[in-house]
Design a binder for this molecule. Structure first.
Ligand code: CO
Length: 136
C-alpha cells in the first residue's frame, strides 16, 4: 500500500475568459474574497485565488493566445480546468505517479504561483482530470 501523499485539496482551478467578471461572481454570490493575484508569465495566465478554509478557488484567465488555458477555453469554453492537490513532497508524489505508470506533464517539480513548488500530471492515465501537485 502506498502511504497517503495528499495532505489537502489545495485548489480547484476554473478557466474563465473574463477574470474580473468571475471574481465579481464569487464575491457577490458567495462572499468569497481575493487572497492573492498573480501573473504567471511562463504559463501565460493571470490567476486570482479566493480562499475557502485552507483551500482556494483559483480563477484562471489567459494572457496570450498561445497559452494552454487560451486553447482550453477555445476548445471547451469556461469551466473546471484542473484540481490542485497539496503534498508534503512534490518530487516524491511525482515519482509515485511515474512508478504507477502515469503520464506526467512536468518531468520534475518547478516553481508555481505564491512561491509553491508544483508539477502537473496528464489527464490521460488520471481518469480525465488534469492534476497539479502543490508543495507549499
Ligand atoms: Co493550479
Amino acid at each position: 500500500m502506498t502511504e497517503l501523499l495528499l495532505t489537502e485539496i489545495d485548489h480547484v482551478a476554473i478557466a474563465v475568459p473574463d477574470l474580473e467578471a468571475a471574481i465579481g461572481y464569487y464575491e457577490e454570490t458567495f462572499g468569497a474574497t481575493v487572497d492573492h493575484r498573480e501573473l504567471v508569465e511562463s504559463d501565460g495566465v493571470e490567476e486570482a485565488l479566493l480562499k475557502v478554509a485552507d483551500s482556494y478557488i483559483q480563477l484562471l484567465t489567459p494572457t496570450r493566445e498561445d497559452s494552454p488555458v487560451a486553447k482550453y477555453l477555445e476548445k471547451k469554453g469556461p469551466g473546471l480546468h484542473h484540481v490542485g492537490y497539496r503534498v508534503a513532497d512534490c518530487a516524491a508524489a511525482l515519482q509515485s505517479v511515474k512508478d504507477h505508470g502515469g503520464q506526467v506533464i512536468d518531468q520534475a517539480p518547478r516553481p508555481g504561483s505564491r512561491g509553491t513548488t508544483v508539477a502537473f500530471v496528464h489527464p490521460k492515465g488520471a481518469f480525465g482530470t488534469l492534476i497539479e501537485l502543490v508543495q507549499e
